[in-house]
Design a protein around this ligand. Sequence first.
Ligand code: PXG
Ligand code: PLP
Length: 442
Amino acid sequence: MTSRPVIDDLSSFWMPFTANRQFKTAPRLLESAKGMYYRTTDGREVLDGSAGLWCVNAGHARDEIVAAITQQAATLDFAPTFQMGHPLAFEAAARVAELMPAGLDRIFFTNSGSESVDTALKIALAYHRARGEGQRTKLIGRERGYHGVGFGGISVGGIVSNRKAFSGQLLPAIDHLPHTHNLEHNAFTKGQPAWGAHLADELERIVALHDASTIAAVIVEPVAGSTGVLIPPQGYLQRLREICTKHGILLIFDEVITGFGRLGKATASEYFGVTPDLITMAKAINNAAVPMGGVAASRTIHDTVVNSGAPGAIELFHGYTYSAHPLAAAACVATLDLYRREGLFERAASLAPKFEAAAHGLRDAKHVKDIRNLGLVAGVELESRDGAPGARAYEVFLKCFEAGVLVRFTGDILAFSPPLIVKEEEIERLFGTVRDVLATVQ
Ligand code: PXG
Ligand code: PLP
Protein backbone atom coordinates (compact mmCIF):
# COMPACT_ATOMS: atom_id res chain seq x y z
CA MET A 1 0.00 0.00 0.00
CA THR A 2 1.37 3.45 -0.86
CA SER A 3 1.16 5.76 2.08
CA ARG A 4 1.41 9.51 2.30
CA PRO A 5 4.51 10.92 3.93
CA VAL A 6 3.91 11.44 7.62
CA ILE A 7 3.22 15.07 8.31
CA ASP A 8 5.68 16.62 10.74
CA ASP A 9 3.57 19.56 11.80
CA LEU A 10 0.98 18.23 14.20
CA SER A 11 -0.04 21.63 15.51
CA SER A 12 -3.28 22.26 13.60
CA PHE A 13 -5.28 19.36 14.97
CA TRP A 14 -6.58 20.23 18.43
CA MET A 15 -6.96 16.70 19.70
CA PRO A 16 -9.96 15.49 21.70
CA PHE A 17 -9.52 14.19 25.25
CA THR A 18 -5.76 14.28 24.79
CA ALA A 19 -2.84 15.91 26.55
CA ASN A 20 -2.02 17.79 23.34
CA ARG A 21 1.43 19.09 24.29
CA GLN A 22 2.56 15.77 25.70
CA PHE A 23 1.23 13.81 22.71
CA LYS A 24 2.82 16.07 20.12
CA THR A 25 6.26 15.66 21.62
CA ALA A 26 6.01 11.86 21.13
CA PRO A 27 3.11 11.06 18.81
CA ARG A 28 1.55 7.64 18.30
CA LEU A 29 0.15 7.49 14.79
CA LEU A 30 -1.94 4.69 13.34
CA GLU A 31 -1.85 4.29 9.60
CA SER A 32 -3.96 1.27 8.76
CA ALA A 33 -5.88 -1.54 10.38
CA LYS A 34 -7.12 -5.02 9.55
CA GLY A 35 -8.94 -7.50 11.74
CA MET A 36 -7.44 -7.48 15.24
CA TYR A 37 -4.45 -5.28 14.37
CA TYR A 38 -3.49 -1.68 13.81
CA ARG A 39 -0.36 -0.76 11.94
CA THR A 40 1.57 2.32 13.05
CA THR A 41 3.23 4.84 10.74
CA ASP A 42 6.57 3.34 11.74
CA GLY A 43 5.39 -0.05 10.52
CA ARG A 44 4.64 -1.84 13.78
CA GLU A 45 1.63 -4.13 14.32
CA VAL A 46 -0.45 -3.41 17.39
CA LEU A 47 -3.02 -5.83 18.78
CA ASP A 48 -6.24 -3.91 19.39
CA GLY A 49 -7.29 -4.69 22.95
CA SER A 50 -9.89 -1.92 23.04
CA ALA A 51 -11.78 -2.30 19.72
CA GLY A 52 -10.61 1.21 18.86
CA LEU A 53 -12.62 3.11 21.45
CA TRP A 54 -14.98 0.21 22.33
CA CYS A 55 -16.51 0.40 18.89
CA VAL A 56 -14.97 -1.90 16.27
CA ASN A 57 -16.74 -5.06 17.42
CA ALA A 58 -16.38 -6.98 14.14
CA GLY A 59 -12.68 -6.15 13.79
CA HIS A 60 -11.12 -3.61 11.45
CA ALA A 61 -11.67 -2.96 7.75
CA ARG A 62 -13.99 -5.89 7.20
CA ASP A 63 -14.42 -6.49 3.47
CA GLU A 64 -18.22 -6.63 3.55
CA ILE A 65 -18.50 -3.28 5.33
CA VAL A 66 -15.88 -1.64 3.11
CA ALA A 67 -17.77 -2.85 0.03
CA ALA A 68 -21.10 -1.56 1.32
CA ILE A 69 -19.69 1.90 2.06
CA THR A 70 -17.82 2.08 -1.24
CA GLN A 71 -20.85 1.12 -3.27
CA GLN A 72 -23.09 3.48 -1.36
CA ALA A 73 -20.73 6.41 -1.82
CA ALA A 74 -20.90 5.91 -5.58
CA THR A 75 -24.68 5.36 -5.63
CA LEU A 76 -26.17 7.89 -3.23
CA ASP A 77 -23.62 9.93 -1.34
CA PHE A 78 -26.07 12.00 0.64
CA ALA A 79 -29.80 12.35 0.93
CA PRO A 80 -31.76 14.51 3.33
CA THR A 81 -33.97 12.78 5.87
CA PHE A 82 -35.90 15.94 6.76
CA GLN A 83 -39.21 15.58 4.88
CA MET A 84 -37.37 13.20 2.50
CA GLY A 85 -35.98 9.72 2.84
CA HIS A 86 -33.90 6.98 1.28
CA PRO A 87 -34.59 3.25 1.49
CA LEU A 88 -31.47 2.30 3.45
CA ALA A 89 -32.46 4.59 6.33
CA PHE A 90 -35.65 2.59 6.82
CA GLU A 91 -33.85 -0.71 6.35
CA ALA A 92 -31.17 0.18 8.89
CA ALA A 93 -33.84 1.23 11.42
CA ALA A 94 -35.77 -2.01 10.94
CA ARG A 95 -32.58 -4.04 11.33
CA VAL A 96 -31.55 -2.21 14.50
CA ALA A 97 -35.11 -2.57 15.87
CA GLU A 98 -34.90 -6.36 15.43
CA LEU A 99 -32.02 -6.44 17.90
CA MET A 100 -33.68 -4.28 20.55
CA PRO A 101 -35.79 -5.66 23.41
CA ALA A 102 -39.42 -6.33 22.45
CA GLY A 103 -41.35 -3.09 22.15
CA LEU A 104 -38.35 -0.77 21.65
CA ASP A 105 -38.66 -0.73 17.91
CA ARG A 106 -38.76 2.92 16.90
CA ILE A 107 -35.29 4.18 15.98
CA PHE A 108 -34.11 7.80 15.78
CA PHE A 109 -30.69 8.14 14.11
CA THR A 110 -27.86 10.43 15.24
CA ASN A 111 -24.12 10.58 14.52
CA SER A 112 -22.61 9.81 17.91
CA GLY A 113 -23.26 8.69 21.43
CA SER A 114 -23.33 12.26 22.67
CA GLU A 115 -26.04 13.15 20.19
CA SER A 116 -27.93 9.99 21.10
CA VAL A 117 -27.95 11.05 24.74
CA ASP A 118 -29.20 14.56 23.95
CA THR A 119 -31.83 13.02 21.70
CA ALA A 120 -33.05 10.57 24.34
CA LEU A 121 -33.30 13.31 26.98
CA LYS A 122 -35.31 15.48 24.59
CA ILE A 123 -37.60 12.58 23.66
CA ALA A 124 -38.23 11.99 27.37
CA LEU A 125 -39.31 15.60 27.84
CA ALA A 126 -41.40 15.56 24.67
CA TYR A 127 -43.13 12.36 25.79
CA HIS A 128 -44.22 13.73 29.15
CA ARG A 129 -45.32 16.94 27.53
CA ALA A 130 -47.37 15.07 24.93
CA ARG A 131 -49.20 13.21 27.67
CA GLY A 132 -50.02 16.36 29.57
CA GLU A 133 -47.30 16.12 32.22
CA GLY A 134 -45.02 18.82 30.87
CA GLN A 135 -43.92 19.65 34.40
CA ARG A 136 -41.87 16.45 34.46
CA THR A 137 -38.57 17.98 33.46
CA LYS A 138 -35.98 16.79 35.98
CA LEU A 139 -33.36 14.33 34.78
CA ILE A 140 -31.53 11.94 37.08
CA GLY A 141 -28.05 10.67 36.18
CA ARG A 142 -25.47 8.87 38.30
CA GLU A 143 -22.09 9.66 39.78
CA ARG A 144 -19.29 8.30 37.58
CA GLY A 145 -21.68 8.17 34.64
CA TYR A 146 -20.38 9.08 31.19
CA HIS A 147 -22.95 10.21 28.68
CA GLY A 148 -20.81 12.03 26.16
CA VAL A 149 -19.96 15.66 25.93
CA GLY A 150 -23.07 17.57 24.90
CA PHE A 151 -24.50 19.92 27.50
CA GLY A 152 -27.20 17.33 28.23
CA GLY A 153 -24.70 14.53 28.56
CA ILE A 154 -22.29 16.36 30.86
CA SER A 155 -25.20 17.55 33.00
CA VAL A 156 -26.53 14.05 33.69
CA GLY A 157 -22.99 12.66 33.61
CA GLY A 158 -21.04 12.29 36.80
CA ILE A 159 -17.42 13.01 35.90
CA VAL A 160 -16.14 16.05 37.73
CA SER A 161 -13.54 17.09 35.17
CA ASN A 162 -16.16 17.03 32.42
CA ARG A 163 -18.45 19.22 34.48
CA LYS A 164 -16.48 21.73 36.49
CA ALA A 165 -15.26 23.92 33.62
CA PHE A 166 -18.82 24.26 32.35
CA SER A 167 -20.55 24.26 35.71
CA GLY A 168 -22.16 27.65 35.24
CA GLN A 169 -24.16 26.43 32.26
CA LEU A 170 -25.13 22.85 32.99
CA LEU A 171 -28.80 21.93 32.66
CA PRO A 172 -30.58 23.30 35.72
CA ALA A 173 -32.89 20.48 36.85
CA ILE A 174 -30.62 17.53 37.48
CA ASP A 175 -29.86 15.15 40.33
CA HIS A 176 -27.57 12.16 40.60
CA LEU A 177 -27.73 8.67 42.03
CA PRO A 178 -24.64 7.42 43.86
CA HIS A 179 -22.34 5.16 41.86
CA THR A 180 -22.07 1.51 42.81
CA HIS A 181 -18.30 1.07 42.91
CA ASN A 182 -17.11 -0.23 46.27
CA LEU A 183 -13.90 -2.18 46.66
CA GLU A 184 -14.42 -2.80 50.35
CA HIS A 185 -17.32 -5.08 49.46
CA ASN A 186 -16.71 -6.06 45.87
CA ALA A 187 -12.98 -6.26 45.08
CA PHE A 188 -12.00 -8.97 42.58
CA THR A 189 -15.58 -9.95 41.79
CA LYS A 190 -16.06 -12.07 38.70
CA GLY A 191 -19.21 -10.91 36.95
CA GLN A 192 -21.90 -9.06 38.90
CA PRO A 193 -21.14 -8.23 42.55
CA ALA A 194 -23.52 -9.64 45.16
CA TRP A 195 -23.36 -6.44 47.24
CA GLY A 196 -24.93 -3.13 46.27
CA ALA A 197 -28.49 -3.59 44.92
CA HIS A 198 -29.74 -1.38 47.77
CA LEU A 199 -27.97 1.61 46.18
CA ALA A 200 -30.84 1.72 43.68
CA ASP A 201 -33.12 2.62 46.57
CA GLU A 202 -31.43 6.02 46.62
CA LEU A 203 -33.77 6.77 43.75
CA GLU A 204 -36.66 6.62 46.23
CA ARG A 205 -34.89 9.25 48.33
CA ILE A 206 -34.42 11.48 45.27
CA VAL A 207 -38.07 11.00 44.32
CA ALA A 208 -39.14 11.87 47.85
CA LEU A 209 -37.06 15.05 47.67
CA HIS A 210 -38.24 16.35 44.29
CA ASP A 211 -41.58 14.55 43.94
CA ALA A 212 -42.15 12.07 41.12
CA SER A 213 -44.40 14.54 39.30
CA THR A 214 -41.33 16.67 38.46
CA ILE A 215 -39.04 13.88 37.22
CA ALA A 216 -38.89 12.93 33.53
CA ALA A 217 -36.21 10.26 33.34
CA VAL A 218 -33.34 8.37 34.90
CA ILE A 219 -30.32 7.66 32.70
CA VAL A 220 -27.61 5.13 33.52
CA GLU A 221 -25.10 3.00 31.71
CA PRO A 222 -26.01 -0.63 32.47
CA VAL A 223 -22.25 -1.20 32.77
CA ALA A 224 -20.31 2.04 33.19
CA GLY A 225 -17.45 1.88 30.71
CA SER A 226 -15.53 5.14 30.56
CA THR A 227 -15.12 5.60 34.29
CA GLY A 228 -13.46 2.24 34.66
CA VAL A 229 -15.75 -0.72 33.99
CA LEU A 230 -18.25 -0.59 36.85
CA ILE A 231 -20.42 -3.71 36.84
CA PRO A 232 -23.95 -3.36 38.24
CA PRO A 233 -24.60 -5.30 41.45
CA GLN A 234 -27.00 -8.23 41.19
CA GLY A 235 -30.56 -6.94 41.28
CA TYR A 236 -29.58 -3.28 41.02
CA LEU A 237 -30.92 -2.59 37.52
CA GLN A 238 -34.11 -4.50 38.31
CA ARG A 239 -34.64 -2.25 41.36
CA LEU A 240 -34.12 0.88 39.28
CA ARG A 241 -36.67 -0.43 36.78
CA GLU A 242 -39.24 -1.12 39.51
CA ILE A 243 -38.87 2.29 41.09
CA CYS A 244 -39.09 4.10 37.74
CA THR A 245 -42.20 2.16 36.78
CA LYS A 246 -43.82 2.80 40.14
CA HIS A 247 -43.37 6.56 39.73
CA GLY A 248 -44.01 6.96 36.00
CA ILE A 249 -40.37 7.92 35.39
CA LEU A 250 -38.73 6.85 32.12
CA LEU A 251 -35.64 4.65 32.37
CA ILE A 252 -32.94 5.27 29.78
CA PHE A 253 -30.12 2.78 29.33
CA ASP A 254 -27.08 4.33 27.70
CA GLU A 255 -25.82 1.37 25.69
CA VAL A 256 -23.24 3.22 23.61
CA ILE A 257 -20.62 0.74 24.83
CA THR A 258 -22.73 -2.24 25.91
CA GLY A 259 -24.80 -2.43 22.72
CA PHE A 260 -24.10 -4.84 19.85
CA GLY A 261 -22.50 -7.80 21.51
CA ARG A 262 -20.10 -6.50 24.13
CA LEU A 263 -21.80 -8.60 26.83
CA GLY A 264 -22.59 -11.52 24.51
CA LYS A 265 -26.09 -10.32 23.67
CA ALA A 266 -27.38 -7.64 21.33
CA THR A 267 -27.97 -5.32 24.29
CA ALA A 268 -27.20 -5.16 28.00
CA SER A 269 -30.96 -4.88 28.47
CA GLU A 270 -31.32 -8.37 27.02
CA TYR A 271 -28.33 -9.63 28.99
CA PHE A 272 -29.69 -8.39 32.32
CA GLY A 273 -33.34 -9.06 31.46
CA VAL A 274 -34.29 -5.47 32.26
CA THR A 275 -36.14 -3.45 29.65
CA PRO A 276 -35.75 0.33 29.75
CA ASP A 277 -38.00 2.80 27.92
CA LEU A 278 -35.24 4.26 25.77
CA ILE A 279 -31.86 2.91 24.68
CA THR A 280 -29.05 5.09 23.37
CA MET A 281 -26.50 3.51 21.06
CA ALA A 282 -23.59 4.39 18.75
CA LYS A 283 -20.11 2.93 18.12
CA ALA A 284 -20.62 -0.76 17.23
CA ILE A 285 -23.98 -0.01 15.58
CA ASN A 286 -22.00 0.04 12.32
CA ASN A 287 -18.61 -1.11 13.53
CA ALA A 288 -17.64 2.58 13.79
CA ALA A 289 -16.90 2.63 10.08
CA VAL A 290 -18.88 5.85 9.55
CA PRO A 291 -20.10 8.02 12.45
CA MET A 292 -23.55 6.84 13.54
CA GLY A 293 -25.65 6.65 16.67
CA GLY A 294 -29.27 6.09 17.48
CA VAL A 295 -32.02 5.99 20.07
CA ALA A 296 -34.46 3.12 20.36
CA ALA A 297 -37.78 4.27 21.80
CA SER A 298 -40.64 2.17 23.02
CA ARG A 299 -43.69 2.03 20.80
CA THR A 300 -45.61 3.83 23.56
CA ILE A 301 -43.19 6.75 23.68
CA HIS A 302 -43.03 7.03 19.92
CA ASP A 303 -46.78 6.81 19.41
CA THR A 304 -47.52 9.26 22.21
CA VAL A 305 -45.23 11.89 20.73
CA VAL A 306 -46.09 11.25 17.09
CA ASN A 307 -49.85 11.13 17.65
CA SER A 308 -49.87 14.29 19.72
CA GLY A 309 -49.11 16.65 16.87
CA ALA A 310 -51.74 18.14 14.60
CA PRO A 311 -51.97 16.35 11.23
CA GLY A 312 -49.24 17.66 8.95
CA ALA A 313 -47.28 19.14 11.86
CA ILE A 314 -43.73 18.06 12.69
CA GLU A 315 -44.10 16.15 15.95
CA LEU A 316 -40.55 16.31 17.30
CA PHE A 317 -38.45 19.37 16.56
CA HIS A 318 -35.18 17.53 16.48
CA GLY A 319 -32.80 15.97 13.96
CA TYR A 320 -29.33 16.13 12.47
CA THR A 321 -28.29 16.89 8.90
CA TYR A 322 -26.63 13.50 8.91
CA SER A 323 -29.35 11.47 10.68
CA ALA A 324 -29.32 8.13 8.80
CA HIS A 325 -26.55 9.29 6.46
CA PRO A 326 -26.50 6.85 3.50
CA LEU A 327 -22.91 5.74 4.13
CA ALA A 328 -23.56 5.20 7.82
CA ALA A 329 -26.78 3.34 7.07
CA ALA A 330 -25.03 1.13 4.50
CA ALA A 331 -22.30 0.35 7.03
CA CYS A 332 -24.96 -0.40 9.64
CA VAL A 333 -26.82 -2.94 7.53
CA ALA A 334 -23.56 -4.61 6.43
CA THR A 335 -22.31 -4.71 10.03
CA LEU A 336 -25.49 -6.24 11.43
CA ASP A 337 -25.34 -8.84 8.63
CA LEU A 338 -21.78 -9.64 9.64
CA TYR A 339 -22.61 -9.93 13.34
CA ARG A 340 -25.37 -12.39 12.48
CA ARG A 341 -23.50 -14.36 9.84
CA GLU A 342 -20.46 -14.84 12.04
CA GLY A 343 -22.46 -15.27 15.25
CA LEU A 344 -20.28 -12.65 16.91
CA PHE A 345 -22.55 -11.97 19.89
CA GLU A 346 -22.60 -15.71 20.66
CA ARG A 347 -18.86 -15.80 20.12
CA ALA A 348 -18.42 -13.05 22.72
CA ALA A 349 -20.58 -15.03 25.15
CA SER A 350 -18.60 -18.21 24.62
CA LEU A 351 -15.25 -16.44 24.98
CA ALA A 352 -16.31 -14.64 28.15
CA PRO A 353 -15.22 -17.35 30.64
CA LYS A 354 -11.78 -17.53 29.01
CA PHE A 355 -11.54 -13.75 29.02
CA GLU A 356 -12.58 -13.64 32.68
CA ALA A 357 -9.94 -16.19 33.64
CA ALA A 358 -7.24 -14.33 31.72
CA ALA A 359 -8.18 -10.99 33.29
CA HIS A 360 -8.28 -12.40 36.81
CA GLY A 361 -4.95 -14.06 36.12
CA LEU A 362 -3.47 -10.61 36.81
CA ARG A 363 -4.65 -10.76 40.42
CA ASP A 364 -1.16 -11.27 41.80
CA ALA A 365 0.52 -8.89 39.34
CA LYS A 366 2.30 -5.86 40.74
CA HIS A 367 0.18 -2.77 41.62
CA VAL A 368 -3.16 -4.49 40.96
CA LYS A 369 -5.88 -3.39 43.37
CA ASP A 370 -9.00 -4.79 41.69
CA ILE A 371 -10.15 -6.73 38.64
CA ARG A 372 -13.73 -6.80 37.36
CA ASN A 373 -15.31 -8.16 34.21
CA LEU A 374 -18.46 -9.06 32.32
CA GLY A 375 -18.86 -10.39 28.79
CA LEU A 376 -15.86 -9.14 26.81
CA VAL A 377 -15.13 -6.17 29.07
CA ALA A 378 -12.69 -6.06 31.93
CA GLY A 379 -11.24 -3.38 34.17
CA VAL A 380 -7.99 -3.67 36.08
CA GLU A 381 -7.59 -1.02 38.76
CA LEU A 382 -4.07 -0.15 39.86
CA GLU A 383 -2.84 1.45 43.06
CA SER A 384 -2.16 5.09 42.27
CA ARG A 385 1.24 6.63 42.78
CA ASP A 386 1.39 9.06 45.64
CA GLY A 387 0.47 12.51 44.40
CA ALA A 388 0.27 11.40 40.75
CA PRO A 389 -3.08 9.79 40.04
CA GLY A 390 -3.23 8.28 36.56
CA ALA A 391 0.53 8.35 35.99
CA ARG A 392 1.04 4.64 36.54
CA ALA A 393 -1.74 3.54 34.15
CA TYR A 394 -0.49 5.99 31.54
CA GLU A 395 2.95 4.43 31.73
CA VAL A 396 1.45 0.95 31.42
CA PHE A 397 -0.52 2.09 28.38
CA LEU A 398 2.64 3.53 26.77
CA LYS A 399 4.75 0.45 27.44
CA CYS A 400 2.02 -1.88 26.19
CA PHE A 401 1.77 0.16 23.01
CA GLU A 402 5.53 -0.12 22.55
CA ALA A 403 5.16 -3.86 23.11
CA GLY A 404 2.50 -4.01 20.38
CA VAL A 405 -0.71 -4.06 22.43
CA LEU A 406 -3.34 -1.32 22.66
CA VAL A 407 -5.22 -0.94 25.94
CA ARG A 408 -7.36 1.95 27.25
CA PHE A 409 -6.84 3.63 30.57
CA THR A 410 -8.85 6.05 32.62
CA GLY A 411 -7.31 7.39 35.80
CA ASP A 412 -5.45 4.35 37.13
CA ILE A 413 -7.85 1.83 35.66
CA LEU A 414 -6.96 -0.22 32.58
CA ALA A 415 -9.92 -1.17 30.39
CA PHE A 416 -10.05 -4.15 28.04
CA SER A 417 -12.68 -4.55 25.32
CA PRO A 418 -11.27 -6.34 22.27
CA PRO A 419 -13.17 -6.86 19.03
CA LEU A 420 -15.49 -9.86 19.33
CA ILE A 421 -13.40 -11.73 16.73
CA VAL A 422 -10.50 -11.94 19.21
CA LYS A 423 -8.81 -15.35 19.38
CA GLU A 424 -7.96 -17.14 22.61
CA GLU A 425 -4.23 -16.74 22.01
CA GLU A 426 -4.75 -13.01 21.47
CA ILE A 427 -6.56 -12.79 24.82
CA GLU A 428 -3.56 -14.50 26.40
CA ARG A 429 -1.17 -12.13 24.68
CA LEU A 430 -3.20 -9.09 25.72
CA PHE A 431 -3.17 -9.88 29.43
CA GLY A 432 0.28 -11.47 29.28
CA THR A 433 1.76 -8.24 27.89
CA VAL A 434 0.08 -6.23 30.63
CA ARG A 435 1.48 -8.61 33.26
CA ASP A 436 5.02 -8.24 31.87
CA VAL A 437 4.70 -4.47 31.68
CA LEU A 438 3.31 -4.18 35.22
CA ALA A 439 6.40 -5.95 36.49
CA THR A 440 8.60 -3.23 34.98
CA VAL A 441 6.61 -0.21 36.12
CA GLN A 442 7.35 1.62 39.35
N1 PXG B 1 -22.47 7.32 26.35
C1 PXG B 1 -21.63 6.36 26.73
C2 PXG B 1 -22.07 5.31 27.70
C3 PXG B 1 -20.33 6.32 26.17
O1 PXG B 1 -19.47 5.36 26.55
C4 PXG B 1 -20.88 8.29 24.89
C5 PXG B 1 -22.14 8.27 25.47
C6 PXG B 1 -20.54 9.37 23.92
O2 PXG B 1 -20.36 8.85 22.64
P1 PXG B 1 -19.54 9.72 21.54
O3 PXG B 1 -19.77 8.93 20.29
O4 PXG B 1 -20.17 11.07 21.48
O5 PXG B 1 -18.11 9.74 22.00
C7 PXG B 1 -19.95 7.30 25.23
C8 PXG B 1 -18.58 7.33 24.61
C9 PXG B 1 -13.16 5.54 26.84
C10 PXG B 1 -14.04 6.24 25.85
O6 PXG B 1 -12.11 5.08 26.49
C11 PXG B 1 -15.40 6.08 25.95
C12 PXG B 1 -16.24 6.75 25.08
C13 PXG B 1 -15.72 7.55 24.09
C14 PXG B 1 -14.34 7.70 23.97
C15 PXG B 1 -13.50 7.04 24.87
O7 PXG B 1 -13.57 5.36 27.99
N2 PXG B 1 -17.59 6.58 25.26
N1 PLP C 1 -25.03 25.34 12.65
C1 PLP C 1 -25.54 25.82 11.49
C2 PLP C 1 -25.22 27.24 11.09
C3 PLP C 1 -26.36 25.00 10.68
O1 PLP C 1 -26.88 25.47 9.55
C4 PLP C 1 -26.61 23.66 11.09
C5 PLP C 1 -27.42 22.75 10.28
O2 PLP C 1 -28.01 23.11 9.27
C6 PLP C 1 -26.08 23.21 12.30
C7 PLP C 1 -25.28 24.06 13.05
C8 PLP C 1 -26.35 21.80 12.80
O3 PLP C 1 -25.60 20.87 12.08
P1 PLP C 1 -25.98 19.31 12.12
O4 PLP C 1 -27.37 19.18 11.51
O5 PLP C 1 -24.92 18.65 11.27
O6 PLP C 1 -25.95 18.88 13.55
